[in-house]
Ligand binder design. Structure first.
Ligand code: F6R
Length: 242
C-alpha cells in the first residue's frame, strides 16, 4: 500500500485528478472505475478543468460506477446516475455509450448484476478504480458483514450508512435502504486502486484499513492484499496512522 498524505482536500483532489490524467494520457481507452459521494467531487472539478484546458481527452474512455441506489429514479438529483452527469459526464467529451452506472430501477436485479459484471469483463476489466470509504470502512456499498461478496449484488444499507447519507436528502426516511453495488471481488480485480479519504471522521476507518485485521467486518481491509493501491489522504484522515 502506498500512502500519500496531502495538506488538505484541495491538494488531495489535485493529486487524484493527476493520477487519472496520467492514466488516460498513457492509455486513452482506459477503463475507469468511479465513485460518488462528497470525497471525489474536488477530483471531478479538477478533471473538468483539465479537460477545459485541453489537457485530457475522454473520447475513448470507458467508465463503470461502483454503485447506485435501488429504486431511486435517475431523474432524482440524489441518484448516482444524476450525480455523475452533474459533476463530470455533462462537462467532458465522454461518449454516452461508454458510461456505465448500475441500473437501480431494474425489475430484475439479479440479471442486472450479472450483466454489469459481464460488461466489465467485456471491457477487459478496470484499469484504475477510484474509491471513497465509509466511516464503517465500506467500499462501494459493501457494508461490514460476515463474508466478502464477489460480484455486483443488491445490498441492504446499514443504519450508519443511511444516517451518513441522510445529509443529502430532505429527511432520513427518504434515504433508500438498498443499493446495487459492485462486490469487493469486482473492486479487487481492478489493475490499480486509488482510495481517497478526507476528514477526521475517516481516520479510524483508514487506520483499520491499513493496520487492522483483514476481515469482511472492515470491508476495506482486504485492500491490504492488492498489489497496486495508493491511498490519497488529507492530514485529518491520516491522523491515526502514526
Ligand atoms: C460511493 C461509494 C461510497 C462512498 C463512501 C464515502 O459511490 O461507493 O462507498 O465512497 O460512502 O462517501 P463520502 O465521500 O460522501 O464520505
Amino acid at each position: 500500500m502506498r500512502i500519500l498524505v496531502c495538506k488538505n482536500y484541495e491538494e488531495m483532489s489535485k493529486k487524484a485528478a493527476q493520477m487519472i490524467l496520467s492514466q488516460v494520457t498513457l492509455k486513452p481507452n482506459s477503463v475507469l472505475g468511479l465513485a460518488t459521494g462528497s470525497t471525489p467531487i474536488g477530483m471531478y472539478k479538477n478533471l473538468v478543468e483539465l479537460y477545459n484546458n485541453k489537457l485530457v481527452d475522454f473520447s475513448d474512455v470507458v467508465t463503470f460506477n461502483l454503485d447506485e441506489y435501488y429504486q431511486l429514479p435517475i431523474t432524482n438529483d440524489q441518484s448516482y446516475h444524476y450525480f455523475m452527469h452533474d459533476n463530470l459526464f455533462n462537462h467532458i467529451n465522454i461518449k454516452p455509450e461508454n458510461i456505465h452506472v448500475p441500473n437501480g430501477m431494474t425489475d430484475s436485479v439479479e440479471a442486472e448484476c450479472i450483466a454489469y459484471e459481464q460488461a466489465i469483463n467485456e471491457a477487459d476489466g478496470i484499469d484504475i478504480q477510484v474509491l471513497g470509504i465509509g466511516t464503517n470502512a465500506h467500499i462501494g456499498f459493501n457494508e461490514p458483514t460476515i463474508s466478502f461478496e464477489r460480484g455486483t449484488h443488491l445490498v441492504d444499507l446499514t443504519d450508519s450508512t443511511i444516517q451518513a447519507n441522510a445529509r443529502f436528502f430532505d429527511s432520513i426516511e427518504d434515504v433508500p435502504k438498498k443499493a446495487v453495488t459492485m462486490g469487493t471481488g469486482s473492486i479487487f480485480k481492478a489493475r490499480k486502486i486509488m482510495l481517497l479519504a478526507c476528514g477526521e471522521g475517516k481516520a479510524e476507518a483508514i487506520y483499520n484499513t491499513v493496520h487492522g485485521k483483514i476481515t469482511p467486518e472492515v470491508p476495506a481491509s482486504i485492500l491490504q492484499f492488492h498489489h497496486d493501491i495508493v491511498l490519497i489522504l488529507d492530514e485529518a484522515a491520516a491522523s491515526k496512522l502514526d
